[in-house]
Write a protein that binds this ligand. Structure first.
Ligand code: CS2
Length: 505
């Protein structure tokens, strides 16, 4: 419950706002004086948006843009939030009337906002009917999605629908009782009245994320209902989007910090960085919130923004994660302050990754990189390397491999990126830090790749076996000279860990 230290339930105050003036004075006494609170009548909020994937990222990103839209008077855009798997977040939110706080923090600077735009928090496995009903309602005009890369049942290297995915297999036999993201979406869309315009926007870190979702959803629908597949392809808009904000998972300390600022306990509190960016392809089927008035950029082509962000931010993040895990560095800011990993990451970004990016028109990519490095150094965020290291078999094909493939095709070596790749393989194979501590790897696709690495009798064979693992690396073979360089890096890692890998140019 979002309850103050004296037992006042703030939701009651926010649900029954006296008048705007009185509300701010009431909340100022009740929620920490610095916090911004919803100054609109939440009872009047319609639910024009359904969001799938109710994690911290959505609540700190799209929900905050929408909160500001609603705060400026357009009450159509309340959000029905849906968790497709985990029951804890919807339970926590439902218990505090879907109110939660977002604290933006850099160094000593902080700003806290209570977000009121969530109308409901549902758990699809146990509340499937209300979820499907919400998707099927004419008044739902926009569906946004953050279910992480693995939530789309996609084969990461081919980009095709993975028909062996357990949830998809289930849904194809019981399409009216779906479990997967695609199954839930397809069934919700099937229930919509004809002619009710819908826009479905993927907000996950994938290249051409909207186009990809459209292809996967149509592939899925074709397996069960050809007319639904046609409807998906012709009637629904799938704009591409690029989202950016660093939002670490909550910790006991971050919850405590938020509680101090609010003067309230908020079990769903988020502490994240102040920076936020949202670039949206302006391709909607029907009405949408005026997100451009609250900081989003609506544009005709999102692809250059996506490539820049995926390669420079996420690409560097993954390198920080694996190098950091191997070196026993818990957070991104620890890694940036480390005398071995910090310089490696800076060079990786400024030399290797930057050279593969064609920035969007008018963008100064060097300035973008400098900002990124400053964001990574933010000491106020406990952004754990272990969190970013998750699901590497989904992330690496998006963040590193396109840049590597393009460079290899042009005959260019990327010595730092190639080292990062070797460090990831070593991390998967060993499951131990350089100091010998066990590492926890959370990546359903990793076991098969790790097995190949462990079975190989030599680093040369290990590199070849890994690069031939098509679900991650694709079907096209890599040049032998590249495989030989990866093998050399693996040898160094086996001999002396990251220190040995980075000691040689
Ligand atoms: C991170 C991203 O966990 C990860 O893989 O790289 O979540 C990253 O923090 C966001 O994309 C930043 O916008």
């Amino acid at each position: 419950m979002l309850v103050d230290y004296h037992g006042t339930v703030v939701q009651k105050i926010l649900q029954n706002p006296p008048s705007q003036g009185a509300l701010s004075s009431v909340t100022a006494g009740c929620v920490g004086a610095q916090a911004i609170c919803p100054a609109y009548d939440r009872r009047q909020l319609a639910a024009g948006i359904v969001h799938l994937g109710l994690g911290a990222f959505h609540r700190a990103h799209q929900a905050v843009y929408t909160e500001q839209t609603v705060a400026s008077g357009d009450l159509r855009w309340g959000i029905i939030g849906v968790s497709l798997r985990d029951a804890r977040v919807p339970q926590t939110l439902a218990a505090q009337d879907c109110l939660y706080s977002v604290t933006e923090r850099h160094g000593d600077q902080a700003r806290t906002r209570v977000v009121g735009v969530l109308r409901a928090a549902l758990h699809a496995p146990t509340q499937l009917e209300p979820v499907l009903a919400a998707l099927g309602r004419r008044s739902t005009a926009v569906v946004t999605i953050t279910v992480t890369e693995k939530g789309y049942s996609q084969n990461p290297s081919s980009g095709e629908l993975d028909l062996n995915d357990a949830a998809v297999r289930h849904d194809l036999t019981q399409p009216r009782m779906p479990r997967s993201t695609l199954g839930v979406l397809a069934e919700g869309i099937r229930r919509r009245p004809s002619g009710a315009p819908l826009t479905v926007m993927c907000c996950d870190n994938m290249a051409a994320n909207g186009d990809t979702l459209r292809t996967l959803l149509a592939q899925y629908a074709r397996e069960t209902d050809a007319s639904l597949a046609r409807r998906i392809e012709s009637d629904i808009a799938f704009p591409n989007s690029m989202v950016d904000r660093i939002v670490p998972a909550a910790t006991a300390e971050s919850l405590e910090y938020a509680a101090e600022r609010l003067g309230l306990r908020d079990a769903a509190a988020i502490v994240c960085e102040p920076f936020t960016q949202w670039v949206i392809e302006d391709r909607f089927a029907g009405p949408r919130p005026a997100w451009e008035d609250t900081g989003a950029l609506l544009t005709g082509d999102v692809r250059p923004y996506q490539a820049m962000k995926l390669r420079l931010l996420n690409g560097a993040h993954s390198a920080i994660a694996y190098a950091g895990q191997l070196c026993g560095l818990e957070s991104v800011s620890d890694a940036m302050a480390d005398s071995l990993v910090g310089p490696f990451v800076r060079r990786l970004m400024l030399e290797d990754l930057c050279a593969t990016v064609a920035p969007p028109p008018g963008y100064d990519v060097q300035a973008y990189c400098r900002d990124l490095l400053r964001r990574f150094e933010n000491p106020a965020l406990a952004h754990r390397t272990q969190q970013i290291a998750m699901d590497g078999t989904q992330k690496v094909p998006v963040r590193w491999l396109p840049a590597l493939r393009e460079s290899l095709a042009a005959g260019i070596e990327r010595p730092l990126l190639e080292r990062a790749l070797a460090a990831w393989l070593h991390y998967l194979e060993r499951e131990r830090s350089d100091a010998g501590n066990a590492l926890h790897i959370s990546d359903p696709g990793a076991a098969a790749l790790a097995e190949r690495l462990r079975q190989a009798p030599s680093p040369q064979r290990a590199a070849a076996a890994a690069l031939a693992h098509a679900p991650v690396f694709g079907a096209e073979p890599y040049p032998p000279a590249f495989a030989a360089r990866i093998a050399r890096h693996l040898t160094r890692l086996r001999e002396g860990g990251m220190a040995a890998l980075l000691a040689h140019d």
